[in-house]
Design a protein around this ligand. Structure first.
Ligand SMILES: [Zn+2]
Length: 179
């Protein structure tokens, strides 16, 4: 079952409800849409619809769904029992008539608010990712610089030791009685 949250996340932001006017609310008349509306399963309206001989394009018994998208939000429909990732067909039979214009307007306004919230959240998240990436980069640069400095110091220390060793050897040679 799709939760309200995941359904709202699946919605394409700002997508208009494209099916208006092309559907019939009369049960018994087959209606095909370009896309199945996003939907929820409700406790009052779920499972197989046994009261109709209608079948989806797979010939399967229809599933009860409740639209969760745009101006159709809350409208019951019958659809393919398969899920989107299971090769769901686009058979849709509306059970409820279209909402009146006032309800549609309210629903459109609500989804608009949701979409704006989702977009804002996406922007905040993107900014956070950028900030974390910048922090990681700066830390890496700092560590690289430190490693480079340490390597340089080690090299100079080795050079100094070699020089001292050489001087000491030369001094020894000078002090020792020559043959
Ligand atoms: Zn189907």
């Amino acid at each position: 079952m799709a939760s309200a949250n995941s359904a709202s996340k699946k919605r394409s932001i700002g997508a208009p409800s494209q099916q208006q006017g092309s559907v019939s609310c009369a049960l018994g008349k087959e209606v095909s849409l370009d896309a199945v509306p996003l939907y929820l399963e409700e406790t009052e309206w779920h499972g197989e619809e046994k009261g109709t001989r209608l079948r989806c394009k797979h010939g399967l018994c229809l599933a009860r769904r409740v639209a969760w998208e745009g101006e159709d939000t809350g409208r019951r429909f019958l659809g393919c029992p398969l899920e989107e990732d299971e090769d769901q067909c686009k058979f849709v039979q509306w059970v409820d008539p279209e909402w009146d214009s006032r309800v549609k307007k309210t629903l459109a306004g609500m989804w608009d608010m949701v979409d704006r919230g989702v977009k804002r959240e996406a922007i905040i998240q993107a900014d956070m990712f950028k900030a974390f990436a910048l922090k990681d980069r700066l830390e890496k640069e700092k560590n690289d610089e430190l490693a480079h400095k340490n390597a340089l110091l080690d090299m100079r220390e080795a050079q100094l030791k070699e020089l001292l060793y050489k001087s000491a050897s030369e001094a020894n040679e000078l002090c020792s009685p020559s043959s």
